[in-house]
Design a protein around this ligand. Structure first.
Ligand code: ADP
Length: 531
């Protein structure tokens, strides 16, 4: 066998195998169908080529060159259709594809007349080289256009591709260019240019590259089909062997091997199929999940935005209410009757709770959007705690609670943090202690350790306490204990969530302890101190 016979045989085999493999991987996908048509045209061309090469007389050589051309005519329009479908090109290309098919149809008919190939003559070392008829020149002109079109489409897409697309486009572009550059060499001798069709072997590379580009994205299907085809070939070989075996002994051996391969092969095919199905299910599931997740994130963002806007709107009227109630209580508008003082006091208290809640909502939305800002400086945390206790003592006394401050700290207790936020955190812990203590005492104690240098502020109360389960949850968003609702229904369950987040952002910790419900609670914040 010479080079051309081997080349065309290899081309024939690769295009049949790859074409069938890709088609069977997803027979209902148009990408695979069009690829199959392209592979079929290539196979017909390769087959015709091979037969032409082994022809021994002029008549059969002419016949086989016509078979060869019958395949060749359809390669370019099928390939253009395949590429434009794969890349989802529409406008303009549809007309080109339709015209391509129309021409291919006309050429296919003309192919069997002398207008296309007028005969065969010895040329360039070939015994029967075809002579072009009149229409052949038109065919070659169209061929050039239909070769360039998919290359242009691919190149255009290539410039704007992201990394994922590039992975698929690269083998396509390389394959197309290699394939058609080789294909060009087939045409020189027709015009008496002494270049032999040495490039025809590139057709194998062409189809291999393009097949690979598809297989990469339908990997599991292609694997499954390969397993099926290989098993089938094995069965066929064994079957042929069975019939060609001459002795009964050989037949029994082959029969046993065949039965065994049938069993194992069947099992293999089933399990690969099952795996492919599972993969598909998993892929679909993960796509659905990703969609749902994106939607949830969007909703969460919308919710935070809504809360932020609503809270801002609430803040200004609240400031006015609180300002005027405090002026009323101070007597700025004349002395209030005793009954009215009581009512205004309630307004003042409720609006203070409301202001804290609004502040909590705003803080949560700042935390979620990552907009919480900290203005760090050095200050004495002990003094802050002491001042808070002094400010709140009157309110505590009114409720019959003994609020006291004690410092056992052995440091200047200078910490590096945001003063305003630290004050807010301690205030929040003392507020909670007041809310959840009906009678008894609240003590704010400051302690320190030298190694490591840490200062601790304990807010110890004799209030409703917490169970072990409650302790686990209270720092979460919107978490409130059952016993908290009984004592105080106005809470949001956000204060501790915000306090924890802010303390940790500033390099501190906050913890809670309680011996159980009714046993009082201790909340502790801890910061490293500078001196
Ligand atoms: P809120 O007080 O608005 O409900 P917080 O986040 O400040 O929200 O507190 C969360 C929960 O922790 C409270 O609902 C309550 O169950 C519990 N809690 C907080 N402080 C105390 C305390 N000093 N004693 C008992 N339970 C407390």
């Amino acid at each position: 066998m010479d080079f051309y016979e081997i080349s065309s045989l290899i081309n024939l085999l690769t295009s049949i195998v790859i074409g069938c493999l890709i088609f069977l991987a997803e027979p209902r996908n148009w990408v695979n169908r069009l690829f199959f048509l392209f592979a079929a045209a290539l196979s017909l061309w390769s087959f015709g080529f091979f037969m032409w090469q082994i022809s021994s007389d002029a008549d059969s050589a002419l016949f086989w060159t016509r078979v060869l051309m019958a395949g060749s005519i359809w390669i370019t329009p099928f390939y253009l259709h395949f590429i434009s479908y794969l890349l989802k090109y529409k406008n303009g290309v549809t007309v080109l594809i339709k015209t391509g098919y129309l021409f291919a149809l006309i050429f296919s008919i003309a192919n069997w007349t002398p207008f296309f190939i007028s005969g065969v003559v010895p040329k360039g070392g070939f015994e029967f080289w075809p002579e072009p008829g009149l229409l052949y020149h038109l065919f070659l002109f169209a061929w050039v256009i239909y070769v360039l079109a998919p290359i242009v489409l691919l190149a255009k897409r290539y410039w704007h591709a992201d990394t994922d697309q590039l992975k698929q486009l690269r083998p396509l572009l390389i394959g197309t260019i290699i394939g058609y550059s080789g294909g060009v060499t087939a045409y020189f001798l027709w015009y008496d240019i002494p270049i032999p069709p040495f490039g025809v072997i590139s057709a194998s590379l062409y189809i291999a590259f393009v097949g690979y580009a598809i297989a990469k994205f339908q990997l599991f299907n292609v694997k499954a089909v390969t397993a099926q085809l290989l098993t089938l070939v094995l069965w066929l070989v064994l079957l042929v062997q069975l019939f060609s075996d001459s002795t009964t002994r050989e037949q029994i051996t082959t029969g046993v091997v065949l039965a065994f391969t049938l069993l194992v092969g069947g099992f293999l095919i089933r399990s690969v199929d099952e795996e492919v199905k599972q993969r598909k299910r998993a892929e679909k599931l993960s796509k659905d999940l990703a969609k749902a997740n994106a939607r949830l994130k969007e909703l969460d963002k919308m919710k935070s935005e809504f809360v932020s806007i609503a809270s801002h709107q609430l803040r200004s009227p609240l400031t006015a209410i609180r300002g005027y109630t405090s002026m009323l209580l101070e007597g700025s508008f004349g002395k209030l009757p005793a009954k009215a003082t009581d009512a205004v006091n309630r307004i003042a208290e409720s609006s203070r709770y409301m202001a804290t809640s609004v502040e909590d909502y705003l803080n949560v939305s700042r935390i979620q959007s990552g907009n919480m800002k900290y203005d760090m400086s050095e200050f004495d945390i002990k003094e802050i705690a002491k001042k808070i206790v002094e400010d709140m003592r009157q309110e505590a006394t009114k409720k019959g609670i003994l609020l006291s401050f004690r410092s056992q700290a052995d440091c200047d207790c200078l910490v590096q943090a945001d003063v305003g936020k630290t004050r807010q955190i301690i205030q929040n812990l003392v507020d909670n202690a007041m809310k959840y203590t009906k009678k008894g005492s609240i003590t704010v104690e400051v302690q320190s350790t030298a190694k490591p240098k840490r200062v601790r502020i304990n807010v110890v109360d004799t209030g409703i306490g917490m169970s072990a389960q409650t302790l686990d949850r209270i720092f979460g968003k919107f978490e409130r204990a059952r016993n908290a609702n009984e004592v105080n229904v106005t809470g949001t369950g956000l204060g501790l969530f915000v306090a924890k987040k802010m303390t940790e952002d500033m390099g501190g910790t906050v913890t809670a302890a309680s011996d159980g419900e009714g046993e009082g609670s201790t909340f502790t914040i801890e910061f490293p101190y500078i001196r």
